[in-house]
Design a protein around this ligand. Structure first.
Ligand SMILES: Nc1ncnc2c1ncn2[C@@H]1O[C@H](COP(=O)(O)OP(=O)(O)OP(=O)(O)O)[C@@H](O)[C@H]1O
Ligand SMILES: [Mg+2]
Length: 289
């Protein structure tokens, strides 16, 4: 998989249109050619130079995506390591809690490493990994991963998972990142709300024909106006002082690469709902990665 953010090369020129549409985020398969159509022939003789330039630009985009995606696990590692230092400084040291904190540090380090490994694979154009995924387990794990952030905001986060959901197929690390991005946004949205509205809920269901798994993330935050709604998924558009404006565009890229859809809805009463729809693993698939 290849992550593309934005539609300009590193010298500010628009990319070849077949390579990337302006202002959009594009993810291509490893085997997919960089260019297509008649323009290819004309550009062929400049291919080494163009490829080099495009590759430099891709790396820049990937660096931005990587910075975004590893921020959450690295912040969690720092916070748990500092908590461990505080426990050790107590008289007597609170060793019981230390074991749990260190387990968290190990798990978050493994996750950060997995994200970096994905980016390396992407740079090396290795084919994406694919395995059988339990959507309910993925959602519960995302809620668990964000429990520190949820606590810090004073919010509640709950998940309702339908029974006997069909399995998904895809890259669990990438799909986990989508959930972390959407849930982080929901927490940011409810942060300054009254206590009663500081809640995020997730619903996981399947369509009646069991062909798709649907994940809906509801929050009761202030929502967005029509103008913001139109640019939600645009890369580098953010309303947050420390935001990169990449979470939604990266998430949509990943969901699209899995043959699914990600879209936003303004709730009738308050806040937003983000919907993810992913194709279920076909009945014939055996779950081997
Ligand atoms: N649940 C939500 N409620 C209200 N606004 C939202 C919500 N989710 C996203 N937004 C709006 O969409 C913008 C883009 O979100 P996105 O996740 O792409 O970037 P970001 O959160 O600003 O920064 P980051 O790159 O750190 O994720 C946000 O800045 C915010 O204005
Ligand atoms: Mg975000």
């Amino acid at each position: 998989m290849k992550l593309h953010l934005g539609g300009q090369d590193n010298e500010g020129r628009e990319r070849h249109p077949a390579s990337s549409a302006p202002g959009t985020l594009r993810l291509a398969r490893a085997a997919e050619p960089d260019t297509a159509g008649a323009a290819d022939a004309a550009m062929a003789e400049h291919e080494p130079r163009r490829s080099h330039r495009e590759r430099a630009s891709e790396l820049g985009e990937m660096a931005a995506a990587l910075a975004h995606e590893v921020d959450q696990p690295l912040t969690a590692i720092l916070s748990n390591a500092q908590a461990a230092q505080r426990f050790l400084a107590q008289e007597p040291p609170a060793l019981g809690d230390l074991r749990e904190l260190l387990a968290e540090v190990v798990a978050d380090s493994v996750r950060a490493h997995a994200i970096i490994r994905k980016m390396r694979q992407s740079v090396l154009r290795e084919p994406p990994e694919s395995s059988s995924i339990d959507a309910g387990a993925l959602v519960r794990e995302a809620v668990r991963l964000l429990r520190r952030e949820t606590r810090a905001v004073g919010a509640t986060m709950s998940a309702s998972v339908a029974h006997s959901l069909p399995q998904l197929r895809g890259d669990a690390v990438h799909l986990q990142q989508v959930l972390v991005n959407l849930l982080s946004n929901a927490l940011d949205a409810v942060e300054d709300c009254d206590e009663a509205q500081r809640s995020v809920s997730i619903e996981v269901t399947a369509t009646a024909d069991r062909g798709k798994v649907c994940i809906a993330i509801h929050d009761q935050g202030p929502g967005v106006d029509a103008e913001q709604f139109a640019t939600l998924f645009k890369p580098f558009v953010t309303s947050k002082p420390d935001g990169l404006g990449l979470g939604l565009s990266i998430s949509r890229t990943i969901v699209t690469a899995h043959g699914g859809k990600l879209w936003a809805e303004r709730n009738a009463d308050r806040g937003m709902t983000f919907h993810i729809e992913l194709p279920a693993q076909s009945a014939g698939a055996n779950g081997q990665g």
